[in-house]
Write a protein that binds this ligand. Structure first.
Ligand code: PAF
Length: 279
């Protein structure tokens, strides 16, 4: 596996590769990322992973500075997972001047849920993903379903800009107790780690109750939030949405089998966790 840090090195390494599969990451890799890399490798083409902590998608009070940078360990994990090339640019390689051109996703998809609580987040994500896709020019790119709204935003961006890349969703990997793997799980204390699977359990209950259509959705969502609050969490949202556009389903749609997804974000201590379950 080759590791490159500059665009010139990346282009040289990619010369002659007509089809690659790309897995963008911010590093601090865990099994969830490695499953995306294995999914990429399974497709047969050379696999390129990027490691870049993208300042543009962090709010000033968020964890950009303390986000773990673990390049050497990440590379040790990537090689056996089937990665062929790692692109790990320094910040001034990817942003040699202030990135004043940005990709602005539509408010209808990007200003709700994560976008409501992290304003500008999806502009930062779309901008860096667009740039990385231009740098790597993959035929396929794999994005985890753990970041469900991000996956939807990227799929729509690729569709609307007619980017010549196929977006493939990668399934969420969970610990034995159900907690979705996340780089931010490492911030949890032992006590918080024991409590953390509750988010997934509450989402599963919301998904089941929401699907049967008997009680108003607003009541179910309020009850889910109250349960988390009682256990010491500070929820941002716990909600059931249509998979296709992340808007609230009508009662008729709940009953008629519209594909839905329960999505949640909540803070446990100082750590913000997100998760989702399709239903
Ligand atoms: O999901 C992530 O890790 C990041 O949002 C991404 C897609 C690598 C862009 O920085």
């Amino acid at each position: 596996m080759q590791v490159v840090h500059t665009l010139a090195e990346l282009r040289a390494a990619l010369a002659g590769q007509s089809r690659t599969t790309f897995v963008p990451t911010m590093g601090n890799l865990h099994e969830g990322h490695l499953a995306l890399v294995r999914e990429a490798a399974r497709r047969g083409a050379p696999v390129v992973a990027s490691i870049f902590v993208n300042r543009l998608q962090f709010l000033p009070h968020e964890d950009f500075d303390r986000y773990p940078r673990t390049l050497a360990r990440d590379c040790e994990l990537l090689a056996p997972a089937g990665c062929d090339l790692v692109f790990a640019p320094a910040e001034d390689e990817l942003y040699p001047e202030p990135q004043t051109y940005k990709v602005q996703p539509p408010a209808a998809l990007a200003d709700l849920l994560e976008g409501e609580f992290r304003p500008g987040f999806f502009t930062g994500v779309c901008t860096v993903v667009m740039k990385l896709l231009h740098c790597v020019q993959p035929a396929v790119a794999v994005f985890g379903q753990k970041d469900y709204q991000q996956l939807k935003v990227i799929e729509a961006m690729v569709r609307q800009f007619a980017l010549p890349v196929q977006i493939v969703p990668g399934a969420t990997v969970r610990a034995a107790d159900g907690l979705a793997l996340s780089s931010r799980n490492g911030y949890l204390s032992a006590e918080e780690r024991a409590e953390a699977p509750t988010l997934q359990r509450v989402l599963a209950a919301l998904a089941a109750a929401g699907r049967d259509g008997l009680r108003p959705l607003a009541d179910l969502e309020a009850a889910a939030q109250a349960e988390l609050r009682q256990r010491g969490w500070q929820p941002d949202y716990l909600t059931l949405r249509r998979r296709r556009d992340l808007l609230a389903p009508g009662d008729d749609e709940r009953a008629a089998g519209e594909p839905l997804v329960a999505l949640g974000a909540a803070r446990l201590g100082s750590t913000r966790l997100i998760d989702n379950l399709e239903c």
